[in-house]
Design a protein around this ligand. Structure first.
Ligand code: PLP
Length: 630
């Protein structure tokens, strides 16, 4: 745990087992775990290779139950008279299995779904068919077709609320409800004056993109009264930004929202839903602080604060307690997905081969001694715990002198290579010596002696972890095996895109967020890393940088300590991603065929070579976009 802090961020769903592998406990820490490495090895044997995204439906269901339990508990404790429901915003992860699973569990728990666009609405209407009781909240910009779909769904018997974000949308809802002669309930999203916190703090406040000013809410109420439709106003909504890390922000926003609710309720008898939006955080770093990737409260504390504040505002004026609705998407789905990647290789000074150097290697073209090289050779021989500081000074100076001697043409390429190897070898040995010293000299402990190696991993950051690139989001990374061995390497991770931004340089450890990951030396066999808590937003936002497509994805069901594969979704092929970019794979293959024929005619390729090349090309088009094992 000192290296990876699994017990801090794992929320009971992940632990390290006796065999040094990561265990997954979908029903929480006291439930039996299954071996994540065993699952990934099992998939590999079936030809489903890394990178692979594993989705644990059990974790998803457990998260939803925990949310239900937190609010039920808070309501019971405080004698709250209203109800609680959550609606899952499908934009957080629109993947079919996830949405279907949330909808299925939602039927048991009284939860619904939230949509923010017409295509999302069309999806959710189909997924919830046959379940009229499941609430659908419609946010986002709406045109007439969107509202027509809502009106007709209402006729079908669905419990669906369009949330108007502008007076124009209000007029559309009024007009279309009349046209279809249907009673469409209306929600209103408002801008609060309080400020949010964290990365998405602009989602709230007077300059936020969405919602009506309070004065516009009053205008909505006046217009509805004039139309004789004030009874349609049923829901009041506000979303204060995703990943609210600080509970104080939650408290002040809910307090303001409740106040708007009780006053509006005095004029709108049918106003009964108070939708507090999303924003319930996920503690990605396990630090339990208000830093960007963490949060300083629990789900239970969140529920108690929300219930208490809404209840208290209503009680102060004798208003009925509303049904509280939460749109917390991240907190529902983040834990359920784990991305497993394999490490392909490493680069860095630690990888340079050791050299044996003699004094002769330090002679220049004229047979004269090149002092910097001689000094480096000497430094290597003299290094002990006692001489560490002096050797450090000498070798730093000698290496710099060797580099400038090369620039001036005094030493050869081979001698520069020798200097480089000697320098990194001595530095590595110095690092080892320092790590065993009780009190290393001040200067040495300040110097970052061990430059991290880069481990190349078979995945695309832009496809699978876009938030790392876009907003420096931190996700916990843990080797899923060999955890019974001391991880002696300090590494950063790089993906296989040709983009230097495709790197991870922030990691979760027992000492908080660190710039290096503790990892094991590579031994020429598979070395697999799990990247955790990736279920929210990553899949929905990922892109096709370098044409790396979606990874393999597997749905895993766990019961009584054993696992089974419920579904496998093969990752995208080159052909598919080329199609998105409007290439026709057949036309590409034809162009290559014709070029081969030309080369054959010119005597450059024989028929066998031509066939091999064409087979390679066509197989390439129809296979996984990631690197495949031999
Ligand atoms: N509701 C609305 C209107 C949103 O814009 C968002 C996302 O930003 C959410 C809900 C979900 O937020 P979160 O996933 O942080 O709970």
């Amino acid at each position: 745990d000192a290296h990876y802090a699994v017990s801090s961020w794992g929320a009971g769903y992940f632990s390290v087992g006796e065999r040094g592998t990561v265990l997954v406990h979908p029903d929480g820490e006291d439930s039996p775990g299954v071996d994540l490495h065993e699952i990934v090895s099992g998939l590999d044997k079936r030809g489903i290779s890394a990178p692979v995204l594993l989705r644990f439906s059990g974790i998803l269901a457990n998260r939803l139950r925990r949310l239900r339990g937190a609010f039920d508990g808070a309501m019971e404790e405080m004698g709250y008279g209203g109800a609680f429901s959550a609606v899952y915003p499908i934009k957080v992860n629109q993947e079919r299995h996830i949405v279907e699973e949330v909808a299925r569990c939602g039927q048991e728990l009284g939860f619904g779904l939230e949509v923010g666009s017409k295509p999302e609405l069309l999806t959710v209407l189909a997924v919830t068919a046959g379940h009229n009781e499941q609430m659908i909240v419609c946010n986002g910009f709406k045109d007439a077709r969107y509202i027509e779909a809502v009106a007709l769904a209402t006729k079908l018997g669905r419990k669906i609320v369009p949330v108007v974000e502008s007076l124009r949308e209000l007029e559309l809802v009024v007009r279309i409800s009349k046209e279809y002669d249907v009673r469409v309930p209306i929600g209103v999203r408002i801008k609060l004056s309080g400020s949010g916190s964290g990365r998405w703090k602009e989602s709230v406040g007077s300059s936020s993109k969405f919602g009506l000013f309070v004065s516009e809410l009053v205008e909505v109420m006046d217009r509805l009264k004039a139309y004789g439709m004030i009874d349609r106003l049923e829901l009041l909504h506000c979303h204060a930004g995703s990943q609210m890390q600080d509970i104080r922000t939650v408290k002040s926003l809910v307090a303001e929202l409740s106040q708007v609710y009780v006053d509006a309720r005095a004029e709108c008898e049918n106003l009964k839903y108070l939708d507090i939006g999303g924003g319930l955080g996920v503690d990605y770093t396990g630090e339990h602080t208000s830093s960007d990737s963490s949060m300083n409260y629990t789900v239970e504390e969140f529920a108690r604060d929300v219930v208490y504040r809404i209840g208290a505002s209503c009680d102060a004026v004798g208003a009925a307690h509303p049904t509280i609705i939460s749109e917390c998407g991240r907190a529902m789905v983040a834990h359920a997905s784990v991305l497993v990647v394999n490490v392909l290789g490493a680069t860095g000074p630690g990888q340079l081969a050791r050299v044996e150097a003699t004094d002769d290697d330090a002679l220049d073209r004229q047979g004269e001694i090149v002092q910097p090289l001689a000094d480096l050779i000497g430094a290597k021989q003299e290094l002990t715990e006692e001489t560490a500081l002096e050797v450090y000074h000498d070798m730093s100076e000698a290496y710099e002198a060797a580099l400038s001697a090369f620039g001036l043409g005094y030493i050869t390429l081979r001698q520069r290579s020798l200097a480089e190897r000697l320098y990194w070898e001595i530095r590595g040995r110095l690092a080892e010596i320092i790590s065993t010293m009780a009190e290393p000299p001040e200067e040495l402990s300040d110097v970052n002696l061990a430059i991290p190696e880069t481990y190349f991993c078979n995945f695309s950051l832009f496809q699978s972890l876009p938030d790392v690139w876009a907003i420096e989001q931190v996700f916990p990374v843990v080797p899923i095996h060999r955890l019974d061995e001391e991880p002696t390497r300090r590494v950063v991770l790089a993906d296989i895109t040709c983009d230097s931004d495709g790197k991870m340089t922030s990691f979760v450890s027992g000492e908080g967020v660190t710039p290096v990951l503790s990892a094991h030396p590579l031994r020429g066999e598979d070395y697999r890393l799990g990247i955790f808590l990736v279920g929210a937003y990553q899949e929905a936002l990922g892109d096709l940088h370098n044409l790396f497509g979606e990874t393999n994805a597997v749905h895993v069901e766990v019961s009584n300590g054993s696992w089974k594969i419920a579904d496998v979704v093969r990752g995208e092929t080159s052909e598919q991603v080329l199609g998105y970019m409007l290439y026709d794979p057949k036309a590409l293959a034809r162009a290559i065929t014709l070029d081969c024929e030309r080369a054959h005619e010119e005597g450059l390729l024989n028929v066998d070579e031509m066939r091999t090349f064409l087979r390679l090309y066509e197989n390439g088009l129809s296979s996984y976009t990631y690197l495949e094992s031999e």
